[in-house]
Design a protein around this ligand. Structure first.
Ligand SMILES: Cc1cc2nc3c(=O)[nH]c(=O)nc-3n(C[C@H](O)[C@H](O)[C@H](O)COP(=O)(O)OP(=O)(O)OC[C@H]3O[C@@H](n4cnc5c(N)ncnc54)[C@H](O)[C@@H]3O)c2cc1C
Length: 390
């Protein structure tokens, strides 16, 4: 079994510091983040100092080196507050960073991972396009070889952290899909390369302070060294593996947000009254709390098991999708119940559960919708059974 670079003792310290940061520094600023649509610079600086921009980047490349079992414990703490906090460094550690960690050459890792781990470089993962979201194998961004360079042209959309990105991890078609593969390569494109244009910040339903935008690539010329892993054939696999790992992390984030919605609900139910009776004394309200508590406990257990199976290599296909599907749907249900328990107050902007309700909606959409998770789980189960029979 693989062991983490970080001892349990050191990890407990990292976890305690993160919990302290979230609960004492970030939670009191949630309304400021929401109203200003930005994570304040001093919180960004604190996160940088704590190593949060590189907690899942190996120590060799300047990160904290947490494995996925440790990552999910951290994510459950980060999910307890505005999800914009985690989003600020989520792409460096997750979908963008893991492409480099898993598939980059040593030169590419040395050039990019160290500044990503310190937060001096923000990396964005640029896969989705109009017409290629759930099915990225249909992407149309093109990479054409010219002499030893590559020239990239295409449109990406909904790219997290694009407005602040220094680096885009860009998936592009270098040849048509054929029996040998999807024909998709992945490139490291500096945000200041000629021909890269980032659109206006998207106006989103929730997660204020986390920014997304369209990104266009218009004849963007990059050198041969920009091709991740030095091979045209790894792009699609790198995206799928990075996304699968990310799903376990998103599931943990959902559990953290659900725990917060539950805690807010219990506190409200215990104190808010109707006719001098605390609403928590009503059994129908207790039933709602019971459903929330049960969902959170089931989600936490599932996330921990999926992370363990990722670390051991036992299951990196079905378990990540099952965890994301269950936990993100559960967080949606728990947040909905939390609004219900708060009555009319739950619909008001200054109440945390109103924000959580909107924040968690995204978790069922990105890094694979719930429908796509169901397809992954079902198709893998059938394929495995068919292989065993043949
Ligand atoms: C805030 C935000 C941040 C994002 N950040 C990033 C990012 O950093 N990088 C990035 O590359 N992308 C990012 N995305 C894109 C995100 O991953 C996609 O939006 C998502 O995968 C869904 O793709 P789509 O929007 O094209 O919807 P579609 O794929 O068109 O889906 C529409 C509906 O059809 C269903 N559907 C689609 N295909 C099937 C099928 N085969 N069977 C059954 N149902 C199906 C879907 O489940 C969904 O209900 C982000 C999106 C948002 C909203």
């Amino acid at each position: 079994m693989a062991t983490s670079e970080v001892s349990d003792e050191d990890f407990q310290e990292i976890l305690a510091q993160t919990r302290h940061f979230v609960r004492t520094a970030v939670i009191p600023r949630e309304q400021e983040i929401l109203a200003g649509d930005r994570v304040p610079d001093d919180l960004r600086e604190q996160a940088k100092k704590m190593g949060l921009f590189g907690y899942a980047i190996p120590q060799e490349w300047g990160g904290l080196g947490l494995d996925l079992s440790q990552d999910v414990e951290l994510a459950m703490e980060l999910g307890y507050t505005s999800l914009a906090l985690r989003s600020m460094f989520g792409t460096n550690n997750g979908i963008a960073g893991q492409v480099l960690v898993g598939f980059g050459t040593d030169e590419q890792k040395a050039r990019w991972l160290e500044p990503m781990a310190t937060g001096d470089v923000v990396a964005s993962f640029a896969l989705t396009e109009p017409g290629a979201g759930s099915n990225p194998s249909g992407l149309r961004t093109k990479a054409v070889r010219q002499d030893s360079d590559w020239v990239i042209t295409g449109q990406k959309r909904f790219i997290t952290n694009a407005p602040t990105a220094d680096l885009f991890v860009v998936f592009a078609r270098s040849r048509p899909a054929d029996a040998d593969g999807a024909g998709i390569a992945v490139f490291l494109v500096p945000a200041d390369a000629a021909g890269v244009q980032v659109g206006a910040k998207d106006a989103k339903m929730g997660q204020e302070g986390a920014w997304t935008a369209d990104v266009s690539f218009d004849d963007v010329r990059v050198p041969a060294e920009a091709l991740v892993g030095g091979s045209e054939d790894i792009g699609y696999r790198a995206a799928m593996i990075s996304l699968a790992r990310g799903r376990v992390h998103i599931a943990a984030l959902a559990v953290g947000a659900a725990q917060r919605a539950l805690d807010e609900s219990v506190a409200y139910a215990a104190t808010a009254t109707q006719g001098d009776t605390p609403i928590g004394n009503f059994q129908l309200v207790q039933a709602m709390l019971a459903d929330q508590q049960t969902g959170v406990m089931a989600g936490r257990a599932l996330v921990r098991d999926a992370a363990r199976q990722w670390v051991t290599g036992e299951d990196r296909r079905v378990a990540p999708s099952a965890a994301k599907l269950f936990c993100t749907e559960m967080a949606g249900d728990v947040a909905d119940i939390a609004v219900q328990i708060h009555g009319g107050s739950g619909y008001m902007r200054e109440v945390p559960v109103e924000r959580i309700y909107r924040d968690v909606r995204l978790l069922r959409l990105y890094e694979g919708t719930s429908e796509i998770q169901r397809l992954i789980i079902g198709s893998n189960l059938v394929k495995t059974a068919q292989k065993e029979r043949s």
